[in-house]
Every structure is written in structure tokens, then in C-alpha cells.
Write a protein that binds this ligand. Structure first.
Ligand code: SAH
Length: 373
């Protein structure tokens, strides 16, 4: 909702808000993601320009950490023209992002331009803000979606053996004033007919058609203009059923009470995202966050930070945040990484002539074990 929606009104990411995310826990998270993009940029032949497009950037912390890596590796990227494109619906969060990334409040852009705001990062990179991925200009792009897809609305369905699929709907409770309740649709709804995969075997499913549409757009854009998308979120590969939850002040909150005041979230179904890529791109993952970060070299990075810090409180904080990100009981197992990549990145295009000349493709960082030579 543009007026009463959670993200347009509140959007409480961070320690003082409703939920905390990995980039808010440790700078190392965003740094390793920055390295992932540089590694893919190199593997894709170092094109002389790329767009970093982030969906739902929250407070802007992740982009800030990625841009710091780009700055530190500016000698590697010196021939490359980089721009940042943020897709954000929340006016409040876009202001926070602007201050975080540019160091100042950014003036709104004129109505007739596709970007509603623009500015320059503290490291000199142009940044543009949009409400929709479709407004982002075409071009070779690296997409990033961290804890974005779980925030999009879902449909819920239940299988009633005698009646087939029914949609779970929200109704006004006739008995309790100002209270909502869940009900099952008396007959098949259009969503029941359109959003359930024919091969579905679960008896309760959650489908996020908006995520499907966005993945279709990302896959088409990557197929046409090149680049890659990295999606990280908590989720499953088509196995879980009832995951819809509300969070307020870091505590579970009844999803039906006080609408618009709590973060509503449902686990991302990566098997659905893979289907929605429709073969336009290759897909990798989902792999668990702790595997991805380990493969990206988190242990080495944390060791270096520990060696460089003499302050016991900082060292304690580093170890604590490492544990939050990596511990299977915390964020290590339930968060997953998933990527969309052009087919030629994983398989050599079929060249009938001289197949023996093919050099091996470099492995995709994070999804393969890290081999230190
Ligand atoms: N990526 C950040 C924030 C995650 S919270 C982090 O990891 O910390 C979800 C983000 O998505 C918020 O920035 C929210 O405002 C944004 N968002 C939610 N729905 C959106 C939509 N439909 N289009 C664009 N952005 C959206």
C-alpha cells in the first residue's frame, strides 16, 4: 500500500527496527558480495561498463560495503565505468540510503525522468533510484537482491482432498470487532487456477507471483544484455509449506493484527524462482549461506580483520558477527544464495569446429569450493 504499507510507513531494518539483516551485522558480508561481482566481471571478459542494480536496498549498508570493495580494487576496475541503480519503493528508506551512500540528502529528480532521485556516491559513482526494475536502463548489469523477495506479497493455498486446491483468504472476523481471520475460499479462485504448478505435491503452498515476474525480467535482461543476478534470502527449494510470519521489534507478531505495522515475510521458494527463469539463463544454487561465505573466503577475511584489530571489544564483535552469519542454528543454514547467469558462463557455446581449443571456464565463486593454490 502506497500510504499504509509497512515499507512505505515504517520499514524498520536494523537493530532499532523490527528485524536485522546480514549486511547490518557485519561489513564482511557486503565485502564478499562485492568480490563476487568483481570475480564475475573478470570471468565475463571485463566489459568496460556495468550497472550494479540492487532491489530493496534497506538502509543502503550492503551497497556501501560493495562500493568500498570497488574503491579498494579500483586499480582492477580502472577501465570500467560503474553506476549504481537502486530499486526502492519506500520514500523513507531511499532518504536513509541517500545519506548513507552520498553523505547528504538528495533532491528528487524531475517528474519526467525514469529515476526519481539521483546522486553521487562518496567514492564518485553515480547513483539512481527507481520504483520498479522496468525503469532501470538496459545494459550489462549485476543484480543484487538480499532479503528482498521474502518481503513481497504471497498467495497461500491449501489442498483439500475432497475439494482440491482452495485459496487461503483474509476475512473480517464476524465475532470479534476489529479482528481479521483466515478463511478458505469456498470454490477455486483465479489464483488457484493460475499459480499452482501442475506437479505440486505439497498440501499447503505459498506462491509469490510478483517474485516470479521480477525473476522473469531479470532473466530476460541478463539473456539480452549480459550480467548476473545474486539472490540471497531465507528460503527452501520447494519443500516448505507454511512460512508466512510477522515480525515487530524483533519478536514474532500475529500477521493479522495491526496491518502495516509489522514486517511480513514468507520464505523464498527457490524452486519457483528457478522455474520462472524459464531457461533464459542458467541458475546456480540455492546453497547455504555458510557454504557460500566459506567458499568466498570469509575465514581468511575475518582472520585479517582480527589480526588488524587490537581492541578486544572489536575482536569480540567480529567473532560474534561471524557466528551470527555462519552458525547453522543462526543464519548459516536458513539463508541461501542463488544466482542467474548467462548460459555461456557455465557451458561453452556449442562450437562444432575445434572443440579441443576450448579453455576451461573459470568456476563461479561462492558456488564452488574455494581452492587456494
Ligand atoms: N536488502 C536490505 C533490506 C531488506 S528489507 C538488507 O538486506 O538489509 C526489504 C527492502 O525491500 C526494503 O528496502 C523495502 O523498502 C524494499 N521493498 C519492499 N517491497 C518492495 C517493492 N515492491 N519494490 C521495491 N522495493 C521494495
Amino acid at each position: 500500500s502506497p500510504s499504509q504499507g509497512y515499507y512505505t510507513r515504517r520499514g524498520g531494518v536494523g537493530e532499532s527496527g523490527d528485524f536485522i539483516t546480514s549486511p547490518e551485522i557485519s561489513q564482511v558480508f557486503g565485502e564478499l558480495i562485492g568480490i563476487w561481482y568483481i570475480s564475475e566481471w573478470m570471468a565475463m571478459g571485463k566489459p568496460n561498463t556495468f550497472q550494479l542494480v540492487e532491489l530493496g536496498p534497506g538502509r543502503g549498508t550492503l551497497t556501501e560495503d560493495v562500493l568500498r570493495v570497488f574503491k579498494q580494487l579500483s586499480s582492477v576496475l580502472s577501465t570500467c565505468d560503474v553506476s549504481v541503480h537502486l530499486v526502492e519503493v519506500s520514500p523513507k528508506l531511499s532518504e536513509i540510503q541517500a545519506v548513507m551512500l552520498t553523505g547528504e540528502k538528495v533532491q528528487p529528480n524531475s517528474e519526467d525522468e525514469s529515476a526519481y532521485m539521483k546522486g553521487i556516491s562518496k567514492t564518485g559513482i553515480p547513483i539512481f533510484w527507481y520504483r520498479d526494475i522496468q525503469d532501470v536502463p538496459p545494459g550489462f548489469s549485476f543484480y543484487l537482491a538480499h532479503e528482498f523477495f521474502d518481503a513481497l506479497p504471497i498467495h497461500k493455498f491449501q489442498q483439500r482432498t475432497e475439494k482440491g486446491w482452495r485459496e487461503v483468504l483474509v476475512d473480517i472476523d464476524p465475532e470479534v470487532p476489529d479482528q481479521l481471520r483466515f478463511v478458505l475460499s469456498p470454490s477455486r479462485t483465479p489464483a488457484t487456477q493460475n499459480f499452482i504448478q501442475p506437479e505440486e505435491t505439497r498440501d499447503h503452498v505459498e506462491v509469490c507471483p510478483e517474485a516470479g515476474v521480477i525473476v522473469q525480467r531479470l532473466a530476460s535482461r541478463i539473456e539480452k544484455d549480459g550480467g548476473a543476478a545474486l539472490v540471497a534470502d531465507y528460503g527452501h527449494d520447494g519443500t516448505k509449506t507454511d512460512t508466512f510470519r510477522g515480525f515487530r521489534n524483533h519478536k514474532l507478531h500475529n500477521v493479522l493484527s495491526a496491518p502495516g505495522t509489522a514486517d511480513l515475510t514468507a520464505d523464498v521458494d527457490f524452486s519457483y524462482l528457478r522455474k520462472m527463469a524459464q531457461g533464459k539463463t542458467a541458475t546456480l544454487g540455492p546453497v547455504k549461506q555458510r557454504e557460500f561465505l566459506k567458499n568466498m573466503g570469509i575465514d581468511l577475511r575475518v582472520q585479517v580483520l582480527l589480526q588488524n584489530s587490537g581492541d578486544p571489544a572489536t575482536r569480540e564483535q567480529l567473532l560474534h558477527s561471524y557466528d551470527m552469519l555462519m552458525n547453522p542454528e543462526k543464519m548459516g543454514d536458513c539463508f541461501n544464495f542463488f544466482a542467474l547467469l548467462p548460459h555461456h558462463r557455465l557451458v561453452h557455446p556449442d562450437k562444432k569446429d575445434k572443440p579441443e581449443k576450448k579453455s576451461p571456464l573459470p568456476p563461479v565463486a561462492g558456488f564452488n569450493e574455494l581452492l587456494l593454490k
